[in-house]
Design a protein around this ligand. Sequence first.
Ligand SMILES: Nc1ncnc2c1ncn2[C@@H]1O[C@H](COP(=O)(O)OP(=O)(O)OP(=O)(O)O)[C@@H](O)[C@H]1O
Length: 610
Amino acid sequence: MLSTSTTRAPDQAPSSTRPGDDRARAVAGQAAVSRLGAPVRSRLRLGQVLVVVSGLLSIAPYVALVQLGDILVTAHEAGSAPDPERVRATVMVLIGAYSTRLLLYSLALLITHFADLALRDRLRRDIVARLTRTPLSWFTASTSGRLRKAVQDDTTTVHTVIAHGPVERLNAVVTPVALLACAFWIDWRLGLLSVGTIPLYFATYSLSMRGMNEKTVEMDRRLENISSAMVEFVAGIGVVKAFGQVGRAHAAYLRAGDEFSTFYRAWAMSMMNISCLSITWVSIPVLLLVNLGGGSLLLRAGLVTLPQVLATTLIALVLPGAMVTIASVSWSYQQAGAAALRLCDILDAPTLSAAVHPRRPDGARVEIEHVSYSYGRTLAVDDACLTLVPGTVTALLGPSGSGKSTLATLIARFADPDAGTVRIGGVDLRDMDEQTLYDTVSFVLQDPQLLDAPIRDNIALGRPDADLEQVRAAARVAQIDDFIMTLPSGYDTVVGRDTALSGGQAQRIAIARAVLCDTPVILLDEATAMADPESEAEIQQALAELVKGRTVLVIAHRPAAVRGAHRVVVMDRGRIVATGTHDELLNEPHYRALLRQGGVAVDPQENSHD
Ligand SMILES: Nc1ncnc2c1ncn2[C@@H]1O[C@H](COP(=O)(O)OP(=O)(O)OP(=O)(O)O)[C@@H](O)[C@H]1O
């Protein structure tokens, strides 16, 4: 079945890539970050302009400081009191420049935060808009997991690089560059002292960052492995327990965890030593030693003044903060790259084309003409031609994997065929708008998929405007009304919270849902009639009511299910190999093989044809 968790959408990217691909993925990640940020780029640019101005303004307090020092030292040396007017003016410049800088910086952050809010809102809307046009065949258990991660986690990860990245990274570059220029302007020798340790820092830092992009992508991939092992373990817990394999399934999770820690420890340990060394070059004690030590030598030689030494030493001390910010924002960009790629994957999910001139079907005749459909390289339906006549039940029979479910889902437009046409009432499904399609076809799936909502809402899923009487009428047809009325809250009972339903009860609710939709075409998974033998008779009766007078296709998983069908269609490896009534097909080899496999006694007469 298309909807089972064991299948994978063909267009889904594999969850792991080879290490050789990691660099390309890291580059693609940065392109994806830039693509996601495009709608708010002008706002980010405005924030960045403010940061540049604020960075340039950072020079002013230091210049004012040197000036203030000069005024005080000159007055001290002359043995007179400093000029109060000049002192006040210099202090005002110092305070004014500092406050304006802070104000501009905060304003820039505010702008990028608002941009980020708008972007996240837009991203979530775009994802929802995209998914409403995405073929149902795209949604599998794994795509659902990716979706959850994208909407919940990845939009938050991207926040760091949209709201903080442009401002903090630029500030961490502009401010130190402006300050260092200022230091050189104060005195070139002192300027050299303040940047003296930077080449050493960069040399060791780039050593520690070698292969960082690839490692980050690899880390992300290994974390994904842990998540998938966990999801697999939890999703399959029923079958795992039933076969006493908890230890083994658990082991897969532990193995993924162990592999991650081994990888992380090896990476972190080698990086740690070298990155400690790089940080030492810009640590406060080393900077003080170099700047004050070198500065005092220059001072003694009479080449510089004390305020100049103090100002350039303070400038040099700004460096470590800037380095740390650059490193942490770069790291955020790498993580955001992986998150942005996942978001772009979802934003680029395939979509079904919308009808340009929507048409309404005339009748409920279903015509499948030369239809083919593949999942990646697997050809699931191969040049199928079939007509479903209104008022008849057609049973689709064939071995597992022969393409029955795929063919049926194409009639509900879970996907568009790669070749050929599916028409209902003379209208190509691609020329029907969504609502018309929902009003025309309903699908009773093998898994009834009840929501954690009142039973009434579950039945009225396709017709939310239906009143209680209409809902009850549908439930009566589906043989489930009596049972619902025995529940303490009746139709307001919340499935999952107030009551647990048996498989058969859940299926009858799903049948009531289809009865209420009252569509002229019904696609039915015969397995709906098999899950709960105790209520099979009731389900059969409910189904008999449901299919009356409609165009019905039943996906038959066992030969006995063709009972009562007007016509049987046999599929094999994607092709329709035989069509006819049960009697007409008795000599057809594929049909006979299926009957034999299903343990159905074959007419003794036909033995002579063997
Ligand atoms: N989502 C998917 N991604 C990739 N291949 C798929 C997917 N769903 C089905 N297939 C493949 O397409 C082929 C037809 O599958 P389909 O489920 O239509 O067969 P089926 O006759 O309904 O089988 P069953 O009776 O076991 O449900 C099979 O080879 C199957 O492996």
